[in-house]
Design a protein around this ligand. Structure first.
Ligand SMILES: [Zn+2]
Ligand SMILES: [Zn+2]
Length: 257
């Protein structure tokens, strides 16, 4: 049993073979997944897929790269969708300083508004972070995001920031990069995070794990992520899959406790 906490089966990369991809996920033991919508096209598609499949859930948010396109209209739309029974989190939201489509101050404003919305509707949040860890932590602290908690998705920075995230009731999610031969940071993080705060994801179609690096990623490959983490933590694959699945269900409110 595996729980892929971050997938984008709602993008055009999967238009040709979406059902086959879902079938392969099932065969690999992926029991549940959360499809993350992040703009006008991908949000309705995430909801649609969650409505069609019992085992699929949706998260909706506005991506920081496109922060400049988010107006009050989009924020009201997110609020409306937050009460949908299959919407289990708001996001992805956050800061992305790699791309400069949206200025930093606009990104921060849009990020803050979405955290405030999450607190209003009482949903946890999914954080996208690229080259912005310190600012992300500062905004999360200032906005008191610990009240709803969240996921640092595809966490790819130093282990030094992990404690600050844990303290705010955040979970750490690792994806394909933990399997990359030259990636040292996610491997250290995989060993450091407490077992009950660890999640796994693909972020497909991006960041395919070794040995599929560079190809289109898909949920079935989350198994490769779980296997690598098990190896790094020196525990069994079964233990990691069980623990990360339980964590995901608890985080998204799909089980009690
Ligand atoms: Zn992301
Ligand atoms: Zn994503």
């Amino acid at each position: 049993m595996l729980f892929d906490t971050h997938v984008h089966l709602n993008v055009s990369h999967f238009d040709e073979d979406r059902e086959e991809v879902l079938q392969r996920a099932k065969e690999a033991g992926v029991e549940n997944m959360v499809i993350v919508g992040f703009d006008h096209e991908t949000i309705p598609k995430a909801i649609e897929m969650a409505e069609q499949h019992d085992h699929i859930y949706a998260a909706v948010g506005w991506h920081p790269v496109d922060a400049i396109d988010m107006t009050g209209k989009e924020l009201a739309w997110l609020e409306e969708l937050s009460s949908h029974p299959k919407v289990v989190a708001l996001g992805e939201m956050g800061l992305d300083y790699h791309w400069d489509k949206s200025p930093k101050d606009v990104q921060q404003e849009v990020f803050r508004k979405q955290i405030q919305l999450a607190k209003k509707v009482n949903l946890p949040i999914i954080i996208h972070n690229r080259e912005a860890t310190e600012d992300i932590i500062q905004v999360l602290q200032e906005e008191k995001a610990e009240e709803v908690g969240g996921i640092m998705h595809c966490y790819n920075d130093s282990v030094d920031y992990v404690d600050a995230c844990l303290k705010m009731n955040f979970y750490i999610s690792l994806g394909g990069p933990v399997t990359f031969k030259n990636a040292t940071l996610p491997k250290e993080v995989a060993k450091y995070v407490p077992a009950d705060r660890l999640l796994i994801e693909t972020d497909c179609p991006f960041l395919a794990p070794h040995p599929n690096r560079g190809k289109r990623n898909e949920p079935a490959y989350v198994k490769l992520v779980a296997e690598k983490i098990a190896e790094l933590r020196e525990v069994s694959y079964e233990e990691i899959s069980k623990q990360t699945t339980e964590n995901a269900k608890r985080f998204f409110g799909l089980i009690n406790g």
